[in-house]
Design a protein around this ligand. Structure first.
Ligand SMILES: [Fe+2]
Ligand SMILES: [Fe+2]
Length: 482
């Protein structure tokens, strides 16, 4: 499967280039605190750093680094920090926090002297002055350097960060179920043409965004749980979770993340106009029924258009609702008379929607696909149905074995994936909660890390051999992950 290998190679690229840049730039920055400008060591460090900037600009036309808490985004893709580089990233983060600088961007190839200027400029900044970025901007302007810019480091309130993990989980669950009620409420009020309480919806969405940022694993876990009873509502909330999580990974700012969440949550709003018999039909849809089903993106856009309450959100929601079945190459529906580019939100929601629709069984799709199959299909349809850049980030996010996957190990043990690995190289080695059968039911055993090695043989202690369908074993995955 050569194609898959190429994809994986590319997957590493932002991490490799980003790590290279941070390593070299951090060295230079450290150098500026020890040596003066004309010292030969500074010359050498600058020359070593230069290609790490210019090669990225050559291939990607710009270099953009953003720090969010202790995560680094390199051209909008999160850098997976390798264990042996951890100290460098930590040191660099410390330097940047001290200077309140959280973003830097290079938009053209730079010269040695410019890079040196920039490094010294950063080096001499006052500690903890949050207008440092303005000062750097001015100074660069004075020196006629227009191709480098910096941004402020966003701070997060302490109470947002230090929350006890059980508390966090409880809050995440609460947000999830409140969102489900919200979707129900909105759908109902659309049907009965009642006024909506948009402010309440917006507040909830902000909480949901915070929850995904801070407790991604619980939320993704909740989204992965199969619930047959209330498919439409669960589906809407799940799509919002996947969309927010994906948006966060490509560096969409928080304010826009809540817009994205909202647009994602109501992408299927048009379904209120589709007759129940078609929506819930157990068998295959007839061509006529499909034709009606296909009206829901347009119907959704119309509904949103008439709802004045959404305000600034409205345009984005109309786009997303209208576009979510169009596909990347516009081969989907509705058919368009004129070519257009699908909005970023539309492209994100298309992926999230596809994944959630396939990962869970539903009335007109009775057999659940295993996640790895779906990711395979996504890769296969990348560039046709889906935006290829987003597919990569999405696959990386879900992992080969997403949370809640029931797996059979080579030791003949069974386990449920409870924590995925950040490191791309170890993506098939998550943490697994072993389960054992006793007294007529499955029970929780110990949590094992599949990265663990057997010292005697030098092999991994446990490896996943295949995934299993939890329904077949009557296992309620939810109990193990939340
Ligand atoms: Fe849809
Ligand atoms: Fe959908």
């Amino acid at each position: 499967m050569p194609e898959v290998e190429i994809q994986q190679d590319q997957e590493h690229l932002p991490t490799t280039l980003g790590t290279e840049f941070i390593t070299k730039f951090y060295r230079l920055l450290k150098g500026t605190t020890l040596y003066d400008r004309n010292n030969s060591i500074i010359g050498r460090l600058t020359q070593e750093c230069l290609p790490a900037v210019n090669s990225v600009i050559k291939s990607d036309t710009h270099l953009f680094l953003k720090i969010v808490r202790d995560n680094f985004y390199f051209n909008n893709i999160k850098i997976q920090i390798k264990t042996d580089k951890y100290a460098i990233f930590k040191g660099f983060l410390h330097e940047m926090r001290q200077r309140c600088i959280g973003e830097m961007e290079f938009t053209e190839e730079i010269k040695e002297e410019q890079l040196k200027d920039f490094a010294f400029l950063l080096s001499k900044l006052e500690d903890h002055n949050d207008s440092n970025y303005l000062y750097v901007g001015k100074q660069l302007e004075n020196r006629g350097i227009q191709t480098i810019s910096v941004g402020k480091l966003e701070f997060f309130k302490d109470d947002e960060i230090y929350v006890d993990s059980e508390d966090r989980k409880r809050q995440s669950k609460e947000v999830y179920f409140k969102s489900i009620s919200l979707v129900k409420e909105v759908m109902e009020s659309v049907k009965s043409q009642k006024m909506l309480n948009i402010r309440k919806a917006k507040r909830l969405m902000q909480n949901a965004v915070n929850a995904v940022i801070e407790d991604e694993s619980t939320l993704l876990g909740l989204a992965n749980i199969k619930n047959y009873d209330e498919y439409t509502f669960n589906h809407s909330v799940n799509v919002a979770i996947y969309a927010i999580a994906l948006g966060q990974r490509i560096g969409i700012p928080k304010k826009h993340l809540s817009h994205l969440g909202m647009a994602a949550m109501f992408h299927d709003m048009g379904k209120v106009r589709i007759p129940k018999e078609i929506l819930n039909k157990a068998g295959k849809l007839s061509p006529e029924e499909w034709a009606i089903m296909r009206l829901h993106p347009l119907a959704g856009a119309e509904i949103v258009m008439r709802m004045k309450e959404w305000g600034e959100l409205s345009a984005r929601m109309i786009h997303t609702t209208f576009e979510h079945h169009l596909k990347y190459d516009l081969s989907g529906y509705p058919r368009l008379a004129r070519k257009r580019r699908i909005s970023l939100f539309g492209r994100i929601v298309t992926l999230a929607d596809f994944y959630d629709a396939l990962v869970r069984p539903r009335v007109y799709n009775r057999f659940p696909f295993m996640s790895e199959k779906i990711l395979g299909i996504m890769l296969d349809r990348s560039g046709k149905d889906f935006d290829p850049a987003l597919v990569k980030v999405f696959i990386n996010m879900i992992g080969v074995f997403p949370l809640g996957t029931l797996a059979l190990l080579n030791t003949n043990e069974m386990g449920i994936v409870v924590q995925t690995q950040e490191d791309v190289d170890l993506i098939d080695r998550p943490k697994v909660n072993l389960i054992y059968y006793s007294d007529g039911e499955y029970r929780k055993g110990q949590v094992v890390d599949l990265r663990e090695m057997d010292e005697k043989t030098g092999n991994f202690k446990r490896t996943i051999v295949k995934t299993l369908d939890p329904n077949e074993y009557n296992i309620n995955v939810a109990e193990f992950i939340i």
